[in-house]
Ligand binder design. Sequence first.
Ligand code: SF4
Ligand code: SF4
Length: 391
Amino acid sequence: MENIIIKTDNSLVSYIKNVGESNFKKCFQCGTCSAVCPLSTEDNPFPRKEMIWAGWGLKEKLTSDLDPWLCYYCGECSKNCPRNAEPGELMMSLRRFLVGAYDWTGISRLLYGSKYAEYIALFIVALIVFIEWAILFGLSPAAGLTINQAVSPDKVDYFFDWPMTVFLGAMLTSFIYNMYRKTVLSDSSVKIPFKLYFTEGWSLMFNFFTQYRYAKCDDGEESFFKKLADGKYNFWLTHLFLMISYVALFIGIVFFLNWFQEENSFPFLHIILFDYFASIGLIFGTVYFVIKRFTKKIERSKFSHHTDWMFIILLFLTALTGIILRAVIVYKFPTALIFYVYLVHLLILLPMLVIEVPFSKWSHLAYRPVAVYFANLKEKAKNLGNVETTD
Ligand code: SF4
Ligand code: SF4
């Protein structure tokens, strides 16, 4: 008989406990959670197996698992668990653990493990931004300058926006490659034909922009419009609105900063799209999620980790200071006031982007669609018969 060696990691069990509220040790493997989950399938059931893997500290199994990303925390499993083991929350904790596993710098693990580490990281980036600003523009504008003369948009682009975009892109790309290595390349049971990477590319883009699996969390028999009228898509639609607003503003500040710093340039795009739609989307979305987290009426908002709060608060403050900045520019307030509002806005915006996007909560937005894409690739390859057999 073949001996199978299982490597367990006890520190992993404590880490997973520390980054969420699941009682996974209480699970007695009845399987109800996988049976009621609207997103798991017969061929690929979850979250029962993750409960046992987490309880045993099976690091290799967990780091090669894509399923925590396929869970959108509808909470059905937690509601129906006879042991109150909170399997939905376990999937959330595993996503936090996986962000740390893909990140080779070790920063994500620190941020998820300690709120003080997150405060310190944000403070360090804010300090760097402040020093850069002081060197480039001074600590007060000279009399008689317009805001564009006092704070050159080109310098903001060269010294803040573009280096940050390159940094975020490089970090996320390398982490996603790490995810690919751990979840796809390490899986010797299936071989993915090269062509599939392209033919399945649509699912990556579609899921990134829509996060449509949120909508599939409610598997009732009613029509799309009935569910919409009953408010069953509120969470998904608010999330979608928030996401579109965020992406619109990111593109705006990185590629069209001149428009943001001028009073009347390109009025349609400027005012309708960026100022109103995106800002209202961010404010509305963040307030909605804060209310949900305070009231704890739905399963996915029952438990909040410090990284959840930090991301929402920073996003809200970014939107708020962004709106105030636009208002003081459009209504021609004194340049000195615009200068300081601008500085405060950057001191919130840049730490939020540099820390939250690659290392913390925001990264879920990137990993989820990529995981759906990888899972689709594997499934399609299996359907095509590209399965490696072992004797
Ligand atoms: S329903 Fe609860 S007890 Fe049953 S397998 Fe799932 S987590 Fe474990
Ligand atoms: S939270 Fe919902 S989607 Fe996630 S595992 Fe539980 S039932 Fe499935």
